[in-house]
Design a protein around this ligand. Structure first.
Ligand SMILES: [Fe+2]
Length: 540
């Protein structure tokens, strides 16, 4: 570098990896990671090695989008995948044993826990699981077990030496779907063998705003001389456009795409479900990392799906986020990892767990957790919350992907929070079947028709309009539709005008408009300024 004091470019991706696979939340929590290694990664690798041409054809078919097929953009990578499979079988041996132990314990409970005391069964718990599980019956005398997840994070089953970061420059929206394709060596990618909690990541991303020493960051990240020619290209001497902090007396709401919305007053900033685009020339205009404040007071997370918790985004924000509000965990079920523990092991600070109707009270602002229904294929997953945010006089309901299955629940909620001014609602009403996300965790095979009936689906028109009737919003925004092209790598939706989510949300928007309610399906970007009388004073 000519100059030592440099900025980080705004299109540097820190791709988080776990043993060469894109690190989403189920690869961080030890038990779900073990199950995904055996039942997702090893299976996809085996299938690719046997018939790479089927994978190459499937990824070209839009109907197969998001399916268990590797996308190497037309190249054959059989030898590399064979090697990765071998490495996985060796390096992840203890995780494979651990996942087999989970299945064995489940079979043991099904065959031997018949209503008598479970004390004697502890002896038969597979060795790999001993000391990490509690056995129980529910009140219907059905047996089950739960993990002591905090103990697992302190065991050999959480080994962050398998984590790494791929740094590279991104220049377009197109990226392969990350859940099905492992990351192989590529000369445009700089691989850093550092865990996701590494402080160098924070120092690196601070440099998007504040210039710092190139030599210092190179040393912090342990960049080798061979990597340096690539590493250099991530930096620039040009300062970014400074951030325009909101200094008015009202409220500014800024949509970044999907379920990511920043609401700000001059005193407080709240960012929901951060998933943010990089800065590069693109047809569809969008807000990017440079449109965020230098400090974010609260990040609020609604639920544990990869389009709502994206570590790739969270890592870039870690140095500027003061508090993270996560939904309270159910307490050790395999399918329901604890988000507080997860964020903590990844180096995030001040994680606040809140439950349903719990409140966080700040000056001029109250955040309340609300019940989140459905969208989790009827699995017992508690780590999900909608949010009610009362910001000055503005009352906002962020309903995320909640599916209003039982309107009486929101009738009860309405009695406590009252009408709202703004309703944000996800209407991905088709959703994927259970196995798409949770398949690797199922210890018993689910019949296809049952799998198809249990979906990760949000509200349809009827469920959505019931929320409108109930909460009487002045403005309705359909969001979290996965339509922004920069989300393709974590989503698998491509809609047409005939797709159910589009038909249903059009109908809801038209109905709202006919009632004189402002309504819109968000796409790309939107900024709205409200004054203290809740009048929209500016929008773009
Ligand atoms: Fe979701």
């Amino acid at each position: 570098m000519k100059q030592d004091l440099v900025y980080l470019k705004r299109n540097v991706v820190p791709e988080p990896l776990f043993a060469n696979w894109y690190a989403w939340s189920h690869l961080i929590s030890p038990a779900t990671a073990a199950m995904n290694i055996t039942d997702r990664h090893l299976k996809i690798m085996g299938s690719y090695i046997q018939a790479p041409q089927i994978h190459a054809a499937a990824v070209k078919n839009p109907k197969m989008l998001g399916g268990p097929f590797m996308d190497f953009e037309g190249q054959s990578k059989v030898d590399e995948v064979k090697k990765l499979k071998e490495d996985t079988l060796n390096d992840q041996h203890k995780m494979i044993v651990f996942s087999e132990a989970i299945r064995t314990l489940n079979r043991l409970l099904m065959s031997e826990a018949k209503g008598y005391s479970l004390d004697d069964l502890y002896e038969k718990v597979p060795e790999a699981l001993k000391g990490f599980v509690e056995l129980y019956y529910d009140v219907n005398n059905q047996p089950g077990f739960r993990f002591f997840e905090s103990l697992l994070y302190n065991s050999e089953y959480y080994d962050d030496s398998y984590q790494s970061i791929n740094l590279y420059l991104i220049t377009e929206d197109e990226r392969p779907f990350v859940l099905s394709t492992p990351r192989l060596d590529d000369d445009k990618i700089l691989s850093l063998n550092i865990p996701l909690r590494h402080e160098g990541i924070d120092e690196l991303f601070k440099m998007q705003r504040t210039p710092n020493s190139y030599t210092r960051i190179k040393e912090m990240l342990q960049v080798t001389p061979e990597q340096e020619h690539l590493f250099e290209t991530f930096f620039t001497e040009d300062a970014p456009v400074p951030y325009g902090k909101y200094e008015g007396d009202g409220i500014r709401s800024r949509y970044f795409g999907h379920a990511c919305i920043l609401v700000e007053t001059k005193d407080v900033s709240i960012l929901s479900d951060p998933v943010i685009s990089y800065g590069y020339d693109a047809e569809i205009s969008r807000y990017t990392y440079t449109d965020l404040p230098d400090e974010i007071d609260y990040v609020v997370i609604t639920h544990n799906h990869q389009d709502h918790i994206l570590f790739e985004t969270m890592l870039q924000l870690r140095h500027k986020v003061k508090n993270i509000i996560v939904p309270k965990n159910g307490g050790g079920n395999l399918q329901d990892p604890n988000l507080k523990l997860m964020f903590e092991v990844l180096g995030f600070k001040n994680i606040i767990e809140i439950g349903e109707m719990d409140k966080i009270e700040l000056p001029d602002c109250t955040i309340t957790g609300l019940p989140f229904l459905g969208e989790h294929a009827d699995l017992d997953i508690r780590t999900k919350l909608c949010h009610h945010v009362q910001l000055k006089h503005l009352s906002v309901l962020f309903a995320a992907d909640s599916s209003n299955i039982e309107p009486k629940i929101y009738e009860n909620v309405h009695k406590m929070v009252g009408d709202v001014d703004l309703l944000f609602l996800g209407m991905e009403c088709d959703g994927a079947p259970l196995t798409w996300l949770y398949g690797p965790l199922m210890t018993e095979q689910l019949d296809r028709d049952k799998d198809q009936s249990r979906r990760l689906a949000g509200s349809n028109y009827e469920k959505g309009i019931d929320l409108v009737d109930r909460f009487n919003p002045k403005e309705v925004y359909v969001y979290a539709m996965g339509q922004e092209p920069w989300l393709n790598y974590i989503m698998s939706v491509k809609y047409t005008e005939e797709s159910n989510p589009i038909v249903a949300s059009n109908k809801l928007i038209n109905e709202c408009k006919s009632r004189g309610i402002f309504a819109e399906r968000l796409f790309g970007e939107k900024d709205t300024l409200y004054n203290n009388n809740l009048e929209v004073v500016e929008t773009n």
